[in-house]
Write a protein that binds this ligand. Sequence first.
Ligand SMILES: C[S@@+](CC[C@H](N)C(=O)[O-])C[C@H]1O[C@@H](n2cnc3c(N)ncnc32)[C@H](O)[C@@H]1O
Length: 384
Amino acid sequence: MTTNNQSENGLSFPLEDLPKKTNPYLRLNTICPYYTMFPLNFPFDVLKDAKLGDRILDPFCGRGTSNFAARLRGLSSVGLDASPIAWAVALAKFTNISPEEIVALCHRILVSNDEPEHVPEGDFWELCYHPSTLIQICKLRETFLNECDTEAAIALRALTLGILHGPRNKTIDSYLSNQMPRTYASKPNYSVKYWKEHGLLPKKIDLLDVVKRRAYYSLASLPPSVDGGVLKVDSREQIQNYSLGEFDWVITSPPYYNMNTYIPDQWIRNWFLGGEERVEYTSSEQLSHSTTNKFSYELAKVWKNVADVCNPNANLIIRFGSLPSSPYNPSELLQDSLEKAECGWEIKNIKSAGTSANGYRQSEQFKKNLGTATEEIDLHAVLR
Ligand SMILES: C[S@@+](CC[C@H](N)C(=O)[O-])C[C@H]1O[C@@H](n2cnc3c(N)ncnc32)[C@H](O)[C@@H]1O
């Protein structure tokens, strides 16, 4: 990509290139689907007002959409998330590696004579993956659990997370599993029943083939690298302990109240990253959803923490809403949490971001709870 096409605010990316979904620079952002991600143009549009050298923080970074938008703007950023899946996917948004190197690494791992030490057994695993595909998956899994610190390994791990499960395709294999949704993993009992009822057996799929296709699609063309990184941390913890430096923008979308299934709904990806080979239902690092008041206090801790690592006049932009199954007023809850934070975030404006039916919003993606579409809001505050 050429960088001599300076936009008005001095940033190097030609803005008009972004919104087209087909733009190959944007494909790295879709390396692995993530539940409740926000659309890329949301953080990208916010950052049109950023200055060269500004630093961006997202304390609930998910798949790293804010980080990728910052990269497109040539800005350094840091993402924080308590989910290992979010961490592994967001980390890949910083990589600058060719498809050839990823394919070569995958090939090296698969042809090694080391058999995986452990391959999960039982009805679910037998029906989800063909035995030879499962061995390939386990080889990659154990390699990465042992070591995953090169850019090629980080990108290959995220790419593999993205192909672990998804719909069966009659012509080209795009996913490694028997029939399953792409965005979340269905629960073992439900899946086994479904596959048996529909007579669906897992197809023998060559992992390297799928990786090759995906790598050439997602990484053939990348935006220039920027500084930054992603930490797997609980943002309620004091994040100033991590020496992250100072930030000028916080762009984020916390879980909506009662959206607490990030790990259980991603249980196969969680297993691939070292979790149990069954659904893990509790994670003490995720925000607590016991009551809206407790939830508001927990958000307040995060707003206080991020204020501690922000420069004066930093901007805080929050997209927030509610699930149709647990309606509440998102604007009131968010204002309440900022008041509780007592740390100088002054609200400049709160505007509608449309209803969940208008785009890829948290409530829309939470298919199981679809009901009346709920309105989402964007709140802008400045640190005084
Ligand atoms: C709405 S999602 C963020 C999606 C993100 N904007 C994207 O585009 O992918 C909210 C995220 O908050 C994370 N989360 C929940 N509790 C957390 C905590 N205590 N600390 C850090 N992250 C947390 C979840 O794991 C989830 O990834």
